[in-house]
Design a protein around this ligand. Sequence first.
Ligand code: GLN
Length: 276
Amino acid sequence: MLSAVEASVTIGSLLREFGSPRFEAELLLCSVLGCERSHLIAHADEAPDPGKAGLARDGFARRRAGEPIAYITGRREFYGITLKVTPAVLIPRPETELLVELTLERAAPGARVLDLGTGSGAIAVALACERSDLAIVGADISETALAVARWNVRDQGAAVELVRSDWFEALAPGRFDLIVANPPYVAEKDAHLDRGDVRFEPPLALLGGKDGLDCIRKITAHAQDRLRPGGWLLLEHGYDQGDRCVELFREFGYIDVESLDDLAGLPRVCVGRSVD
Ligand code: GLN
């Protein structure tokens, strides 16, 4: 009987099976069928391969259990690029595109750029895809994250050098024109850690100690020794950390310090220049 039931499965019926939100069902199904969303609409009456229907249902079940779509499909769009993502890395977010834009605006031709805690390589790869003149280094402490970054660098044919390093520790000597990072900045007991995608993301990429600022403090303190005079430090931070980041940058002697808003109108990236 099972085959008779399966015979009636169509793309349209599978989409309805997941229920809402429809958009999520479409993303999951596109990923399994390897097609565009427009294909689903045009071929709603088509019967998918039974194996693929099974895979789609597995995906639906994982999503219902709360798993982020990006970890189920293994892909996420960022700055016009499709990146591979696994649970070893933070899922690239739209607000981080601001960090890429601000870096591009400040990078002179041929600039040396360091992306600290590169994770999936999202920032470094996006920069390289926009500007082939930049010399970009991506560093991360996690070997499993670096494996994902390596895949993305290769997939995009991006000119990015990847290094395993605990922040600045294992980097070859030399200074950069820009240092950029989306470091862990969520406070340890932040209530939003119990909700949504972050429940599945690596704590190493999220948690920044008691007030969330541990890594930001560390990077701000040490970046001075690694920036050329006049070089920019650009750090993503939490929506409520803008003022404290500006203070911190000024305490450490950076100039032209400001926190800039993301598209949602929330303070998101602190920038400043080294005077050294
Ligand atoms: N923006 C992420 C969040 O709030 C945190 C990312 C990070 O710590 N860098 O969920």
